[in-house]
Design a protein around this ligand. Structure first.
Ligand code: ATP
Ligand code: MG
Length: 252
């Protein structure tokens, strides 16, 4: 069901929407090309809502590569990542390839389509991890989410896919309304370097990253030196045993 905020493709040529579709600068040729791409992908409408802003238009997210908005495909709400005109990459296909690889082990929002300037994926309705944590007190739910994040990181390590941004991931982990965590943004992911998702995410969550700092009091029972030692061992061994030792130290 489309919401009242959804705009059909014909309306996207109007400002300020045209400048959001061609962020940060719209031109007639670029806009025309992008509208054709959206039509080919089967996108029916775009909904401008969310906590972030681009030209004062509400959106889901904004980064160096993309603008993320809600869109409709077959009348279903999805997430649409729009390549910024000034992005340092020329197409979205590489990110799509990495997302599909993550999906092969049930990780990340489901891939739904790609073109030169757009990536279509499952819409994750929820909060980024830091905000989600600010709203939560139930220790058991937090533990369950952290455990799931470590498991997902282990699965990505197993298939040799390094996410690349998990050591500082305030904008790359979304927790949905059923408390399921999703790793997003596989744009800097790679299969050509040693996958270190478990060690990276542990640093972010438990050792010295932003979440670790937020949860200093609540994580007081974690012995950081023992954990750092366990991470070092896991980096060398990469065995299920060394991973489970980390799980025991962190979240169980
Ligand atoms: N599938 C999704 N469902 C809901 N929100 C999403 C989805 N994908 C991304 N977002 C939101 O959009 C934001 C930006 O997405 P993403 O990180 O992919 O863009 P980016 O341009 O690569 O950003 P950065 O430069 O920070 O890496 C995310 O932080 C998140 O808030
Ligand atoms: Mg990115």
């Amino acid at each position: 069901m489309k919401s009242a905020l959804a705009l059909a493709l014909e309306r996207l040529g109007e400002e300020p929407y045209a400048s959001v579709i061609c962020y940060p600068r719209s031109s007639k040729t670029e806009l025309k090309k992008r509208l054709v791409e959206l039509q080919r992908l089967g996108v029916e409408a775009i909904e401008f809502s969310g906590e972030k802003r681009a030209f004062n238009v509400p959106i889901l997210g904004k980064g160096c590569v993309g603008i993320v908005v809600i869109a409709y495909l077959n009348s279903k709400k999805i997430a649409l990542k729009i390549r910024r005109v000034d992005a340092d990459r020329s197409r979205m296909q590489q990110e799509a390839k990495m997302l599909k690889k993550a999906n092969s082990v049930s990780i990340g929002p489901k891939f739904l389509g790609v073109s030169e300037n757009f990536l279509l994926m499952e819409f994750v309705d929820g909060d980024l991890l830091p905000l989600w944590l600010e709203k939560r007190r139930e220790e058991a739910v937090i533990r369950k989410v952290f455990r799931e994040l470590l498991q997902q990181s282990w699965c990505l390590d197993k298939i040799g896919l390094d996410h690349g941004e998990l050591s500082h991931a305030p904008k790359h982990i979304i927790i949905d309304l059923e408390s399921r965590p999703f790793l997003v943004d596989f744009e800097t992911a790679s299969v050509n370097r040693r996958a270190s998702n478990v060690t990276s995410i542990c640093h972010f969550l438990f050792v010295g990253g932003m979440v670790a700092k937020m949860l200093t009091e609540r994580l007081s029972e974690i012995d950081k030196n023992t954990l750092i030692e366990a991470l070092r061992l896991h980096k060398a061994e990469r065995s299920r045993e060394s991973f489970e030792r980390i799980l025991r130290l962190c979240v169980l």
